[in-house]
Design a protein around this ligand. Sequence first.
Ligand SMILES: [Zn+2]
Length: 260
Amino acid sequence: MIDIGVNLTSSQFKNDVNQVIEDAVNSGVSTMIVTGTNIEKSRQALQLCTQYPDSLYSTAGIHPHDASSYTEESVSQLSTLLNESHALAIGECGLDFNRNYSTPVEQLSCFEVQLELAVELQMPVFLHQREAHADFLRLIKKYRSGLVGAVAHCFTGGQGELESYLEEDLYIGITGWLCDERRGKALNDCVHLIPENRVLVETDAPYLFPRSLKLPKKQRKRNEPQYLPHIIQTLAERMSINELVLAQLTITNAQRFFRI
Ligand SMILES: [Zn+2]
């Protein structure tokens, strides 16, 4: 299985990242794509890839929360990182007007610069969107014809949002948000509409522990890539697809999308 989004450079993994990777591989998650969220984190993600060249790949980009860290050098720094063989996509990038850790103005320009870079380098984009659907969609439409591929990572929306993304031929990344009976209702009601060749799976670990996974309480605080099979199992039920068939579909889709 392939976890397309895992934040292995998070401080929550600093004491046992090797064990976390080993546990994932032992549970059948043979490939993980480490999310880059700013220049430094993207560099660290690539560094980690060099220690596990057979299991890890990464993205390089600037998350909307980090848009204020964008400088004149950022594009050339990102280009250098994206030139590495283990860097597969630009991101995560996008818009997050939920908490506005960076201002909307900073986010919009930082996102657009990365979309331009993706078109120039002909690399796929790993997208983040929260409470910014209209502006996000406007920019996707503007660049879509030049983009080789795009995934709406950690999709948490409902049918309307999903359909507008599928119209732009986006891939859809599903996380353990699906396993949350309180927050995940709209998502649960629409995942059956995702075409079989556009579905991807991810844990977004250490965030978004899949709430329906029964573990001793103290283990439930941190999500890990080894829990990806639980997300696939839940998604298979909602999509009315055999679990093993879905696992294989998500592998094939990830290999096509990231060109691995
Ligand atoms: Zn995200």
